[in-house]
Design a protein around this ligand. Sequence first.
Ligand code: PLP
Length: 444
Amino acid sequence: MSDPSRSSTAAEWTTRDADVVWHGFTQMSVYAQNEPVIVDHAVGHHLVDVDGKRYLDAISSLWVNTMGHVEPELTAAAHAQLDRVAHSTMLGNGNRATIEFAERLAEIVPVEQAHILFASDGAAAVEQALKIAFQFWFNQGIHSRTSYLALGDAYHGDTVGSLALGAGGFGTELFDTLRFPVSRTPGYADPDWAEKAVRALTEYGDSLAAVILEPLVQGASGILVAEPADVRQFVETAQGFGIPVICDEVATGFGRTGAMFASEICAIRPDIMVLGKGIAAGYIPLSATVVANRVYETFLGEDLGERTFYHGHSFSGHALGCAVGLRHLELFVERDILSNVALSADHLTRRLDKDIAPLGPVAAVRQQGLMVGVELRATGDGSLTAGLAARRVCAEAVRRGVLLRPLGAVVVIMTPLSFDTTELDEVVDTLADSIAAVFETESA
Ligand SMILES: Cc1ncc(COP(=O)(O)O)c(C=O)c1O
């Protein structure tokens, strides 16, 4: 076999990739032209491509990574569990690693007497939540509460049920006919959203099985941030009507917003909480539907009876993921990760205020903890829409060694929780340079 040059090696990998791998949310006909990063391995906060080029992972591998890659303690926890057992089914049986993780998780979630049904992806855990809320009423002999109240701009995943709860967009309109009808009230982009949401509760209350929201931050819609008091008002009103509240903390959970869970900042106690992404530090696909006892206990009844929750996934409660998840929670305490998040978030605020927000092409900067959205404008000469400009800016940043990815016109910065200020500075400096490069090029 010939010894290919470094660049031809990367090109070869890209071709091999495009030949057989179908990438989500990606137009495959131009995939190769968009210079994808083909990862070979990682070192700490850097991904290293097949050419040996390093990229600072400023999107936490799509918001899942919390403490860097190949973190020795987490890798050791995974190895130790692999030597015991990788996975065994949760259907009718248990696993020591899953029990230990669930016990620890139940202690820290703001959910009353938590019971935890695991899954593998965020969307699957949302799906579980909506079905649990639905059956909760049937278990009590009430058959009229079969719909949901969800927010505008919401995103809850891509399975058909979670897509129905989400507000759509992202090119998913084609599937609108598959989505079941959901009552919707404006999201956090509307300053009066809470008042309108409370009014919607009065209007639809009797028909609702549950309400669902992303507490504090609507992530996928471009990091839209709510006032904690508004979230609390909405949630407590719903709970006052006896309607179960599902808090989707797939994106906000595990330290991103500054607290372990955004619900804590809002001082709310969800009836059902959905966790994913950072739950196992980004190592193993794992998600969870955390259910308060008042909901859970309605499912108790006779063996094989109709109160049983007839739902379960093959990889639910994966022991490897749970072993990593447990060590991950210990590291949060041992390393005082939340203090680092607070310091980093403050540093980031200062840098964004000084070096990003004043830039002409920047329409808005939104931040909650280590979740940041930088919304761009279209180029002045109209040659690039805001969405295309955001894509170009991210591509430029990637060329400069910082991995960023846009959501529409918004460049999202979502670093691992363990970044230091030098790394945060590199992200901000690279973003500023990339914005300048794209907007100067386009107006030249
Ligand atoms: C709030 C929220 N819920 C659910 C999901 C879906 O999670 P997954 O992609 O793991 O299915 C996401 C993904 O971004 C999310 O942000």
